[in-house]
Design a protein around this ligand. Structure first.
Ligand code: MRU
Length: 343
């Protein structure tokens, strides 16, 4: 994927979002000029990934201000519209953090709001570059410098999930750029296939060797010694290092702990929520049953079955070997807790 292709782009009077529900077979842009369209896009995963929805939320404040001016809203109505954007999805804390940051400039008017949203976007790319380098350094030191690494990842954490470059996928891209990557095992990431549709698509654009595998294959691939390290992203990290990420992540972490394979979480500091003490306090989004009972709109489970569809799970901090942010690496399972080191 070229650096020019952005998941979230301000056009001057609205947001252009790549519709990630249609990738990899169709590249279609959703033109967002009003709050309802933005909230719907975030909920349907047109735009997704914690930092990307943070950036979309940041510009969402500008969309609410512009719509309010067009439609004669009171300030209270604009603020209520911003609150709807802020609450469009509950788990990724980036959405709330980025909306709140931009709202600190609300009283200064549209130009200030847009400047702050642009800063959110720019700083996310810078953070991703920094954590990519720090994460690659840490992995190479930990796993060994003697041969290229075989890395497993879950969900999509690349340019599509961020303002650019990627978090976990940024670490992987950095390893590739250094000639230190052999292959990536890409979990397909049921039920919405962010791995097989989006991560694989980004890796194809980058010319990075990879296998797509069923989520159920991950533990076996790790226990059979085919993986040197796992790198994943995060949607919210509690003060004690407990990490919410795409459902299926905790099983991968358990396999890593059993096999002695490093489990690295890559996320910007905007994903670290020091006001949340432990993973038990993280709101896990429960999505519609149809996502697990149907395939491409066709019912696969028998009539009478109910679906259980948590979008995320929580990996306990004791299973997180490393947490890399733009500030460097914390060895969480060894006792370097975000709540102690990042306040
Ligand atoms: O439901 P999604 O696709 O928004 O979930 C995304 C993830 O779980 C990612 O791993 C996480 O947001 C990190 S993205 C850099």
């Amino acid at each position: 994927m070229s650096q020019e292709l952005r998941a979230v782009e301000w056009t001057g009077n609205g947001l252009a979002l790549i519709d990630q529900t249609l990738l990899p077979h169709r590249t279609q842009i959703v033109d967002v000029r009003d709050v309802d369209t933005l909230v719907d896009a975030v909920r349907r995963l047109v735009v997704r990934g914690a930092p990307a929805i943070g950036a979309a939320g940041a510009y969402g404040v500008a969309i609410a201000v512009l719509q309010g001016a067009r439609e004669g809203w009171s300030e209270a109505e604009v603020r209520a519209a911003v609150a709807r954007v802020r609450e469009a999805r509950p788990t990724a804390v980036n959405l709330m953090v980025c909306v709140d940051r931009v709202m600190t400039r609300f009283a200064e008017g549209l130009d200030a709001v847009l400047a702050e949203a642009a800063a959110v976007q720019r700083e996310d790319v810078e953070a991703n570059r920094a954590m990519g380098a720090a994460g690659a350094d840490w992995l190479l030191k930990r796993v060994g410098e003697d041969r290229p690494l075989r890395v497993l990842t879950h969900c999509n954490t690349g340019a599509l999930a961020t303002a650019g470059w990627g978090t976990a996928l940024g670490v992987i891209r950095e390893l590739h750029a250094r000639g230190r990557l052999e292959v990536v095992y890409v979990d397909e990431t049921r039920p919405l296939l962010q791995g097989s549709r989006l991560t694989a698509w980004e890796l194809v654009q980058e010319g990075i060797a990879h296998y797509v595998q069923a989520d159920g294959a991950a533990a076996g691939t790790i226990l059979r010694g085919q993986v040197d390290a796992v790198v994943v992203g995060a949607d919210r990290i509690a003060a004690n290092g407990d990490t919410a990420n795409k459902v299926g992540t905790v099983g991968v972490a358990l396999a890593c702990a059993d096999a002695g394979v490093p489990f690295l979480v890559a996320a910007p500091t905007t994903t670290v929520d020091l006001s949340t003490a432990t993973g038990a306090d993280i709101h896990i989004e429960l999505r519609g049953e149809e996502e697990v009972l149907e395939w491409a709109g066709v019912r696969t489970a028998p009539t009478g079955s109910r679906g259980h569809n948590p979008a995320f799970d929580v990996t306990p901090g004791r299973l997180v070997t490393g947490l890399v942010t733009e500030r460097g690496v914390l060895e969480v399972s060894a006792g370097e807790l975000p709540g102690d080191r990042m306040r």
